[in-house]
Design a protein around this ligand. Structure first.
Ligand code: 5GP
Ligand code: SF4
Ligand code: MG
Length: 457
């Protein structure tokens, strides 16, 4: 998912939020929503689909609006339904609150169960609803204290954009799994965004990343920082750099593009495949493919063309939808690949659906050999922190060796980047402060190993 928030007395907060969500669209395409306030009223508009579909007719607006938050959703917990869209909005004894969440919680089912025993009513099937219920029930005096008290009970991955009638609040979980940053416009408006590309589109300057275990509160007096859990082991998600984030974003000081380009260079050093051309599986494999070409001296060319009018296939929630979308999404250029030994670079193999179909497509277009290079190690374990690779039996690397995967997808050779090689690509961050659990099962949170099925969560 992606979250966004704007605090401003002069600029169009909902308009900026719309732009920000548009820039964060790659983080989720199932639903979108914007909540706004003018200091007294609060209103939320949510719908299924892309940002420009949900707000086709109009972007929500209020006279004197001063805060807005927004969300784009990619479902990992809770089904793809209108009732599960965000931001969530509630009225409670202390006023109104709206909340947008990116990440997956690992103890939400327990908390929900406890709260339900005590009579709390839940209206959605998403884990994020425990935040608003805990905040609403807190006896602490200020809203800042209520939120911190709630965050201390919750484990797992969360980046939050929260709005009260007069405050915009951001928070990042103690491990810092997902990204969240702060920006400021020339007019002095403050912006929270999952990724820095969301600041660029609003004309805002990057101020800083929100630290893992930090909450920031923005109001008329400026920005205040509330560290609530700064001493836990950090574990930001390596997959943001491999696949999820946009290459033009910078997360925790590390350019996503530069990390991805480096992954391609490392792949070229490790795989040493000789071929006539390097191609990518667009768009997610492209940056790494250019790195492979740079390091190996083999030319990068466009061998596959992507239909621009389709979203990310993986993000289609069901397998059947994913299957049909591959052909619609990609096609080979015969004149480029025919008779060639092709090195094809992609970011990951999850279920193996895409790769098998593309290898076949290239061979049908006359490719002599297809050597596949993957800029992540084999994904052998599920993610419980917000990337949709949560069902172990669907992961091809959970049950097959590299050689068996090669055979399954029909490639002439197959190389996955090594974990050590991958770690060397994020040179601007401490590689030990990152999560690699889907590759090595070293889950940063002890209760992370609970299956994140779709029943209640
Ligand atoms: P597969 O076909 O092996 O199941 O999926 C791999 C392809 O899906 C890659 O090209 C990758 O870019 C894409 N993909 C889309 N969404 C995701 C995601 O959330 N996680 C991962 N690992 N890959 C994804
Ligand atoms: Fe990221 Fe993998 Fe860790 Fe999930 S398990 S947070 S995808 S590194
Ligand atoms: Mg891809």
């Amino acid at each position: 998912c992606g979250v966004y928030g704007v605090f401003s007395r002069t600029e169009d907060v909902s308009g900026l939020t719309y732009l920000g969500l548009y820039a964060l669209q790659h983080r989720g395409q199932e639903s979108a929503g914007i909540a706004i306030t003018d200091g007294a009223w609060m209103d939320v508009t949510r719908g299924m689909g892309l940002v420009n579909e949900v707000f086709r007719h109009q972007v929500p607006h209020m006279e004197n609006q001063c805060i807005a938050i927004g969300h784009v959703r990619y479902s990992t917990t809770g089904s793809s339904l209108l009732c599960n869209t965000q931001p969530l909005m509630v009225n409670y004894s202390g006023g109104k609150i709206a909340l947008a969440h990116n990440g997956n919680l690992t103890n939400a089912a327990e908390i929900r169960h406890e709260l339900e025993e005590q009579g709390t009513i839940f209206q959605t099937s998403i884990d994020s609803e425990v935040f608003v219920n805990l905040i609403a029930r807190s006896r602490a005096e200020t809203v800042e204290e209520k939120i911190i008290e709630s965050l201390k009970k919750i484990r797992g991955a969360y980046c939050l954009a929260i709005m009260t009638e007069d405050k915009l609040i951001g928070a990042r979980d103690p491990q810092g799994f997902r990204p969240l940053c702060l920006g400021k416009t020339e007019e002095g408006s403050y912006i929270l965004s999952s990724e820095s590309c969301g600041l660029d589109v609003a004309g805002a300057e990057f101020v800083r990343d929100i630290a893992p275990g930090e909450m920031v509160v923005i109001d008329d007096s400026g920005v205040k920082s509330y560290p609530f859990a700064m001493n836990e082991k950090k574990a930001s998600c390596i997959f943001e750099y491999i696949y999820f984030a946009r290459p033009d974003s910078v997360i925790d000081g590390q350019s996503v593009h530069d990390a991805r380009f480096m992954m391609g260079r490392v792949l070229a050093r490790e795989a040493k495949f000789k071929g006539d051309i390097v191609i990518s599986v667009p768009d997610s494999g492209t940056t790494a493919a250019t790195g492979y070409a740079y390091e190996s001296g083999i030319p990068f060319v466009e061998g596959l063309i992507k239909n621009r009018y389709i979203g990310r296939t993986f993000i289609q929630p069901t397998q059947k939808k994913r299957d049909t979308s591959v052909k619609l999404k990609l096609n080979a250029i015969r004149s480029v690949v025919a008779g060639k030994s092709v090195i094809m670079v992609d970011d990951s193999i999850v279920r193996g659906t895409t790769s098998g179909k593309i290898v076949n497509m290239l061979k049908q277009a006359g490719a002599k050999e297809v050597h596949m290079c993957i800029s992540s190690p084999p994904i052998g374990y599920p993610c419980y922190y917000g990337i949709d690779t949560s069902v172990r039996k669907e992961l091809i690397a959970a049950t097959k060796s590299v050689e068996e995967i090669r055979e399954f997808i029909g490639a002439d050779s197959l190389h996955f980047i090594s974990l050590e090689g991958l770690k060397s690509c994020v040179s601007e961050v401490n590689a030990d402060d990152m999560c690699y659990a889907c590759f090595n099962s070293a889950y940063p949170i002890a209760d992370g190993e609970k299956p994140a099925g779709d029943s209640k969560y």
